[in-house]
Design a protein around this ligand. Sequence first.
Ligand SMILES: Nc1nc2c(c(=O)[nH]1)N[C@H]1C(S)=C(S)[C@@H](COP(=O)(O)O)O[C@H]1N2
Ligand SMILES: [Mo]
Length: 483
Amino acid sequence: MVPVGQVFIDRVPAWLKDWAIDTFGTNDKAVLVAGALIVILGLGVVVGLLAMRGARSAAYALTSAIGVVGAFAVLTRPDPSLVKLFPTLIGTVVSIVVLWWLGPKAAPAASGGDPTAAQPMMAVDRRRFMTGAVGIGSAAVITGGVGRVMQQRFEVDSERASVALPSADSVAPPLPADANLGVQGISPFVTPTDDFYRIDTALVVPQVSTDSWTLRVRGMVDNELELTFDDLLERPQIERYITLSCVSNEVGGGLVGNALWQGVRMADVLNEAGIQPGATQTVSRSIDGWTCGSPTEVIMDGRDAMLAVAMNGEPLPARHGYPVRLVVPGLYGYVSATKWVTDIEMVRWEDYDAYWVPRGWSKEGPVKTMSRIDTPRGTGTSTGQIAIGGLAWAVHRGISAVQVRIEDGEWIDAELGEVPSDDTWRQWVYRWDTVDVEPGDYIVRTRAIDGDGEPQPEGPAAVAPNGAEGYHGVRVRVEPPTG
Ligand SMILES: Nc1nc2c(c(=O)[nH]1)N[C@H]1C(S)=C(S)[C@@H](COP(=O)(O)O)O[C@H]1N2
Ligand SMILES: [Mo]
């Protein structure tokens, strides 16, 4: 079922996927899994009905067809293996055995000459059918990967716990004292790993062991490289705070986070491979076949683009790309942040379009300047001094100012938190004194100005094809003063 779902994810038209993400948020995978279970159960019922109606060969044929589709889905995934075929094969065989088991017992009843016996025999058949359906359903669910996935997850988690990370040769600039302004409701400057958003096309988180992991660097290079995980750990390590954001993040949304990343500069590795002239695109591939294309110029321009092995001081969690992922400050994740990366190929810009490009997203994806209000949010009401605050980012250009506007008033500068570099988001707060403000509802908006003095685009623009634009606004209710 997982491979069938994955093939579905990779083939569905972009509009359907966007609709699913809009409707179900980042729970779209859970919905897909639930949907697939319902389809499997539905097919089970059809098979059962065919068997009950005496169309036994049709039941066998449908069961086998489902098996063939499942096997096809497994075999057309990247990295097919016999082990991955087992759940499908076992599921199909179990289903056929159940059908066969239902058969012989029903047969004597059906051949009995007494027509009045048909009613009770039918009831027995139903009971048997229910048992059979439950059997088929359980077999599908159990062999469908749940157990296998859990088991593998635990395997990589325990391996991850024993990875010894080298200390960084170039440590992150120290976190300024007021990177966090201490305002309740603003997301912390460093996003705790467990709260960090997750976006990828993988239905099941790939479990990649450091023992089997290698990174190939190939294509338009003078010397192909193949690095093991140990090779990577032996190289000079940098450690940097970098804000990562998703092109699908709506204005005011949460598909953005800031972490302390550790790893090896991509430029060091690519220089060692020797980039040939004209290799304007750096294509990276994940073990699950997902692909990503970044401008080589951006990766080589001196910024801290890295092959990351750690996040917030620990080996990457499986869901964030263990054992190695890319992080490139200033580019949206879909054009830079390949998780479970195993392959880098240098090609010409015009020679290749990565995963999201034929699906309607721009080939280039620089992060757009954005400011978000974290507090107040929702229906809270306030009196006196109201702290309006949040985060703003223009990754790699930096934030020089954040402004707030109440209704159609003037833009007022907010107070800014300090940052360790231009590659992170920045906290801000505006303390609105409402003592002389008429009680009522006010729309409060924010915008940022980047490090080059460019104001945030007013938009509005949708997330597709290259990132949302617009001023985030919230409604703030000012209450009459009490006492
Ligand atoms: N292998 C793989 N890497 C991937 C993706 C993916 O689908 N597969 N999605 C990218 C996108 S769109 C984003 S926004 C970031 C998100 O990284 P995170 O899940 O660690 O927050 O990962 C990027 N890397
Ligand atoms: Mo993304």
